[in-house]
Write a protein that binds this ligand. Structure first.
Ligand SMILES: [Fe+2]
Length: 254
């Protein structure tokens, strides 16, 4: 499996605190069937994205990991004016392996038209936005039509494995199921932060998906699609035919 969302850089953000903890997380991931994991440090006001320092930390971790697991670099990109401008000017700065896929967390308070405009602008810059865990966003999960609008601008969707297992509450779990029914899921990742509460395990979620939605769907969401992000290849998007036609635009989230 390929895990495209994790906070495993040692002592950098709110994830692993030390190199030992990072390596423990990597061991958990490898033992549970993950062959490749993407370190996605935050890029927000609390944890600014210092590309040079992050690259150094990443190299340190990758060297320490050895043959245990392949480690890649990406970013947990939060939408702000400055971040978006910088990404447009430097399209491969924040993307996974400096290719084309960018993990993007939508803020709680964003006008739908703004979300759609930003997705469109980033897409025009050659970036494919992967919207992270919308099922955990209380505003977004009750407005999946907004998500569909973003998908029509080229965005894709990642849900968190633990959402399916109930870690983020019944509403997140219910929303994740609705997203499956409507063909709105392209990736499942761990968004791991530690070894116990939010570990980098995908095996349980993969079994859950396989049991309910089939082995082929699990293969697509945990392996085929996330593996494509490592090289920047197109994904297997069998969700398009399930999407509803574009709806009339109107605002909410004032
Ligand atoms: Fe994250």
């Amino acid at each position: 499996m390929v895990d495209i969302h994790s906070h495993i850089l040692p002592g950098w953000d709110d994830g692993a605190r030390t190199l030992d903890e990072s390596l423990s997380m990597l061991r958990i991931a490898a033992e549970r069937g993950t062959t490749d994991i993407v370190a996605t440090p935050h890029a927000n006001s609390e944890f600014p994205y210092d590309a040079g320092a992050i690259q150094d930390r990443f190299e340190e971790l990758r060297s320490a990991a050895g043959d245990l697991i392949r480690v890649h670099l990406g970013c947990d990109f939060h939408l702000s004016y400055e971040n978006v401008q910088d990404a447009i000017e430097n399209p491969d700065k924040y993307t996974i392996n400096h290719k084309s896929y960018l993990m993007v967390e939508l803020p709680d308070m964003i006008a739908p038209e703004s979300a759609r405009t930003v997705m469109s602008r980033l897409h025009q810059s050659g970036i494919t936005c992967v919207i992270t865990h919308p099922e955990r966003n209380p505003r977004l999960r009750v407005r999946l039509d907004v998500l569909k609008e973003c998908l029509q601008e080229g965005a894709l969707v990642q849900i968190t494995g633990q959402s399916l297992l109930g870690r983020f509450g019944s509403e997140a779990k219910t929303c994740a199921h609705q997203m499956f029914k409507q063909g709105l899921v392209h990736f499942i990742a761990s968004d791991a932060h530690d070894c116990e509460d939010r570990p980098p395990r995908l095996d349980l979620a993969r079994k859950y998906v396989g049991d309910r939605f089939g082995v082929a769907e699990a293969e697509r969401l945990f392996d085929t699609n996330p593996r494509a992000t490592l090289s920047g290849a197109d994904i297997d998007d069998n969700t398009t035919e399930n999407q509803e036609p574009r709806r009339k635009w109107y605002s909410f989230w004032t």
